[in-house]
Design a protein around this ligand. Structure first.
Ligand code: PMP
Length: 411
């Protein structure tokens, strides 16, 4: 290890605090210090190259340091860096709101900073909407078991992953967890404001896809019962499932569409909560202001890079390439399914989970990820499932190379 790497690691061990991390083990671990990214690769301070098989916390679409995104940030940074959205407007935010609503078939765009706040804003809008209409009985939310919607207190209280949220059980909005549509339909809709779901696939729940048609049926139930539908597309948005937005696969229009991660191609923190005219119109007039917002709201750097990213997403080959990439990943998964160490593989578009035979405590998943890292492929475990979520811009050849490393590591 070179002396610079050691200095950075020691400062990290002495002063840092990492998310979702057992710090007692972290403080001795010689993890790579990432200094550079290009395309599908990340480089550490020792000069070692890795595939970014986790898309940098599921955010990376177009590869690292994509020239169009770098140029957008550079250009905007010479004009205006700071947020100017409280009592003022800024050009990139105006344009981005228009473009996002157009792409998603929604009517209004509310900006925040990350996936959790995109959900939080939807919850707050929904509670205020019901309150303004005097529907005080309808204050409950329904989420699905093992779902994950972020870590701020409101978003976290919708979380259905016991080990993450035990410490805040009972806090936040009135929540009912449903396992599936059958359980949802058995509930009294007159007490429910909205139902929230990760469409097509639950991410943190070890990459578990929903049965085809489920989302459409959920939309129909919401339509019949007057319950609003909040779609959490923080992970699935911007191409990951092979659609620009996952809900487009089942032609579903939600009441709220929450976007973050891929919105800026993963470069800068920015989020959007898109909603309908029906909801928005009710916030007009005295006493109806939506008292919610953050200092970095609609940050122009974030909006400028999001616009450049959206240009790339709307290129005609974007979804075709993803669908082809998904097929290539499927070939690797079929190979992995043959290995004795692999319990099951699951995939939706270009996101996959490889569940290993283990005790579901995570030791096997962690070991596999360490071995993959040694071979030059960065991934993350969720319990004993290894997540494979490469940048959407990965070429077929790059995906095949990653696949070979997977097979080699798990054989
Ligand atoms: N919703 C989903 C489906 C997510 O996967 C995540 C992040 N993994 C979030 C919300 C929270 O996003 P953030 O980490 O940006 O707050």
């Amino acid at each position: 290890m070179n002396s610079e790497t050691r200095q950075w690691l020691e400062a990290d061990w002495d002063f840092g605090w990492h998310p979702f991390t057992d710090q007692s083990q972290w403080e001795q671990s010689e993890v790579p210090v990432i200094v550079r990214g290009k395309g599908v690769y990340l480089y550490d301070s020792e000069g070692k190259r890795y595939f970014d098989g986790n898309s940098s916390i599921w955010t990376n679409i177009h590869g690292h340091s994509h020239p169009a995104l770098v140029a957008a940030i550079q250009k905007q940074s010479e004009e205006l860096c700071h947020s100017s959205y409280l009592g003022l407007a800024n050009a990139p935010a105006s344009e981005l709101g228009r473009r996002l609503c157009g792409a998603a078939g929604m009517d209004r765009c509310f900006f925040s900073d990350n996936g959790s706040t995109a959900i939080e804003a939807a919850l707050r809008m929904e509670l205020q909407w019901r309150y303004q209409r005097g529907e005080t009985g309808r204050r409950g939310f329904v989420a699905f078991e093992n779902g994950y919607h972020g870590d701020t207190l409101g978003a976290a209280s919708l979380g259905g992953v016991g080990r993450f949220f035990a410490s805040i059980a009972g806090m936040g909005p009135d929540l009912t967890l449903a396992r599936d549509l059958v359980e949802l339909e058995a509930l009294d809709p007159e007490r429910i404001a909205a139902v929230v779901i990760e469409p097509l696939i639950q991410g943190v729940n070890e990459m578990r896809p929903w049965p085809p048609g489920m989302l459409r049926k959920l939309r129909e139930w919401c339509g019949r019962t007057g319950v609003h539908l909040i779609l959490d597309e923080v992970m699935t948005g911007f191409g990951r499932t092979g659609e620009l937005f996952a809900c487009q696969r089942e032609e579903v229009r939600p009441d709220y569409l929450c976007l973050a991660k891929g919105l800026t191609g993963g470069c800068l923190p920015l989020a959007a909560t898109l909603t309908t005219a029906e909801i928005y119109e009710d916030f007009k007039g005295p006493g109806r202001t939506f008292y919610y917002g953050h200092s970095y709201t609609a940050n122009p750097l974030g909006c400028a890079v999001a616009l450049a990213s959206l240009d790339l997403c709307e290129h005609q080959s974007f979804l075709e390439r993803i669908r082809k990439g998904a097929e290539v990943m499927g070939e690797t998964l079929a190979q992995l399914d043959e290995l004795s160490l692999v319990k099951e593989t699951r995939r939706c578009g270009m996101v996959a989970g490889v569940e290993l035979v283990g005790d579901r405590q995570g030791a096997k998943g962690k070991e596999a990820c360490l071995r993959l890292r040694g071979l030059g492929l960065l991934t993350r475990p969720i319990l004993d499932t290894v997540v494979w979520m490469p940048p959407l811009a990965s070429s077929e050849e790059e995906l095949r190379e990653m696949g070979e490393l997977f097979v080699q590591a798990l054989q």
